[in-house]
Design a protein around this ligand. Structure first.
Ligand code: MF3
Ligand code: CO
Ligand code: CO
Length: 293
């Protein structure tokens, strides 16, 4: 991985735009400076949920393919190309491409990059971790998911961070119940992360998702009560996507206006699912398999 004299990751060079076949329907924001405002209530009918599930399955399968390609020597641009090809060959549009001007079909966030890393010619090395975040848009609906992958063998400290970040997502998911406020999710995640002294990123959050990529509903990953008191209702669709760090929760932004790093350059991991609230908890909508009947 290219690093500066302080051992910090440095930006690589971003390749040309990947093309999307003309028959694939673009989300409404492509070509606009910002997306049109969402005015719905973050709940969806079962027909709409089936469409989010179909989009989410494509995003998850794209991550399966990317994950199988993660190894020392691969570039983040190569990973982006693999995800892009799965999404478009499934007839879907990679939602990040052209979202507020973002230039790629996934976000690839390496080591100290918290989120929104832009795929480039950065070569991954043994011991690195890389989060890959893919959203697919199909038939009017988005499914948004990410995972953190280990590049070869990683240190025990980093290995535990990745394992526990996935566990933090699982615990946040388990806290979801009709009638609770959304701030229960972050309370659960933060109390788990605090056991290990991890930083919990506050300024990037989960969100409502569905007919819009980001609907305006905010799902914090820290204990935000009494703020963020939206009441969880049946049929609500949102993401949970905690970012935990080995150091601070504070962050810096690269000059590209996208790449977010930890301010202390500590290593950080993230996992994300899109889910719908049900009577029994949630159903995950970003899974690769077929749904049991
Ligand atoms: N998929 C990211 C999320 O989880 C958003 C990426 S927006 C981008 O919300 F423009 F940075 F790609
Ligand atoms: Co998201
Ligand atoms: Co995402």
């Amino acid at each position: 991985m290219p690093k500066d004299v302080n051992g910090h990751l440095i930006p690589g060079s971003v390749g040309p735009l990947l093309s999307v076949p003309q028959h694939i329907v673009r989300p409404p924001y492509v070509g606009l400076v910002e997306p049109p405002e969402y005015t719905g209530d973050n709940t969806y009918s079962s027909e709409e949920i089936a469409k989010i599930r179909a989009a989410g399955r494509i995003a998850s399968r794209a991550l399966d393919a990317v994950g199988a390609a993660v190894r020392p020597g691969v570039t983040t641009a190569e990973l982006d190309r693999i995800g892009h090809d799965v999404v478009v060959s499934s007839g879907a549009y990679p939602s990040t491409l052209g979202y507020r001007g973002y230039p790629k079909s996934s976000c690839t966030s390496v080591n100290e990059v918290v989120c929104h890393g832009i795929p480039d010619d950065t070569v991954l090395e043994e011991g690195d971790i890389v989060n890959v975040d893919i959203t697919a848009y199909l038939d009017g609906f988005h499914g948004d998911t990410n995972r953190t992958f280990r590049v070869g063998e990683v240190s025990e400290e980093v290995d535990l961070l990745v394992t526990r970040t996935e566990e933090a997502l699982r615990r946040g998911i388990k806290a979801v119940a009709i009638g609770r406020e959304v701030n229960v999710i972050g309370r659960t995640i933060e109390s788990y992360a605090k056991r290990f002294g991890y930083g919990v990123v506050r300024d990037f959050t989960g969100h409502g998702v569905g007919s819009s990529f980001h609907t305006g509903l905010i799902i914090p990953h820290y204990d935000s009560a009494p703020q963020f008191n939206d009441v969880i209702r049946a049929g609500m669709v949102f993401t949970i996507e905690p970012m935990l760090t080995l150091g601070t929760h504070e962050w810096d932004m690269w000059a590209d206006d996208w790449t977010v790093t930890t301010r202390d350059k500590s290593i950080t991991a993230q996992f994300e699912h899109t889910m719908v609230v049900t009577e029994s908890g949630v159903e995950l909508l970003t899974v690769s398999g077929d749904r049991p009947a």
